[in-house]
Ligand binder design. Structure first.
Ligand code: XIL
Length: 297
């Protein structure tokens, strides 16, 4: 293929990007988006603070713009993210206990129901594990409602949109380490007990080459019977082109690796300001990392 999306499709994979609704009026942006990418993740528009800014009042305008764009251009959607300890609306930040637990699950069921049938995969829960060597849960007001909040969220999402794949998504889980093993043990437990989970997202915000056990880590999750997805790829550093190619090769080597999403289109679109971690420069030109990615697909 001559584009990322078409080449990935030839291998039975997708190639996606994060999209900001406010940039859909920029023709340089949409030209690249619609030429290269066949999966879209809203960068911020489906987060809790965006979709339920006031408790019980749901606002879908910006997210719906992205979904409409995707539908008009034959792109699929990853939903991101139903529950995350960051970008909670202010009203939820100050809640706790059973009131927060009901608000969380009402959020999951209402948003998943609004997008029923339109989402390939949902990040139901984002970043719920702690960094460091403990392998345990991250402290948050969500976690303090009870350790079962993750499985209740997955069951609630399944009931609201039975056709969407339900993913757990995190960062610093790219190699085999205490944090990824904590996630691995949760997924293994969910599969054993019949808690609905279909996929694990590896954000892959990298500062150079992926860890040497990147492919082995994807494979151990795949061997639990879940799909694996690279969900927020961006890579800084001088070996960027090689690093991107290595990520692509690792995904292609794992049959259950469904696809790769980069976290933005041009370097000027990146949340990692000044790091130039993406595949297109700020003028929309293809970088060496673009070519190495395409060649690896
Ligand atoms: C980032 C967005 O790119 C920024 O625009 C926003 O200010 C903060 O969030 N992990 C995630 C993403 O799951 O949602 C984050 O996106 C990057 C880290």
């Amino acid at each position: 293929g001559t584009t990322l999306g078409a080449s990935a499709a030839e291998k039975g994979r997708y190639f996606g990007t994060a999209v900001a609704a406010g940039k859909l009026s920029n023709s340089q942006y949409t030209t690249i988006l619609d030429r290269e990418f066949n999966m879209i993740t809203p960068e911020n528009e489906m987060k809790w603070d965006a979709t339920e800014p006031t408790q019980g009042q749901f606002r879908y305008t910006s997210a719906d713009q992205i979904v409409s764009h995707a539908q008009a251009h034959g792109q699929r959607m990853r939903g991101h993210a139903l529950l995350w300890y960051q970008q909670e609306p202010g009203w939820a930040q100050s809640m706790s206990g059973s009131a927060l637990r009901s608000a969380m699950m009402n959020h999951v069921s209402t948003v998943a129901a609004h997008y029923k049938g339109k989402i390939y995969a949902w990040d139901v829960v984002n970043e719920a594990f702690a960094d460091g060597g403990g392998g345990g849960r991250r402290d948050s007001n969500l976690q303090r409602t009870g350790n079962d909040w993750i499985e209740v969220a997955f069951k609630t999402a399944r009931a609201a949109d039975p056709g969407a794949k339900l993913c757990y998504n995190d960062y610093n889980t790219d190699g085999i380490n205490a944090k990824s093993t904590g996630v691995y043990n949760m997924v293994k437990d969910f599969k054993a007990r019949g808690v609905p989970i279909d996929c694990v997202g590896f954000q892959s915000h990298l500062g150079g080459l992926p860890p040497s056990d990147y492919q082995a880590n994807l494979q151990r999750f795949a061997d639990l019977g879940v799909e694996v997805q690279i969900t927020e790829l961006d890579i800084s550093g001088s070996n960027q082109a090689t690093a991107y190619a290595n990520v692509v090769k690792a995904c292609l080597a794992v049959s259950r690796c469904a696809g790769i999403t980069v976290w933005g289109i041009r370097d000027s679109d990146s949340w990692r300001t000044g790091e130039n971690p993406l595949l297109f420069d700020s003028n929309g030109n293809k970088k060496a990392a673009y070519t190495s990615t395409l060649n690896a697909l």
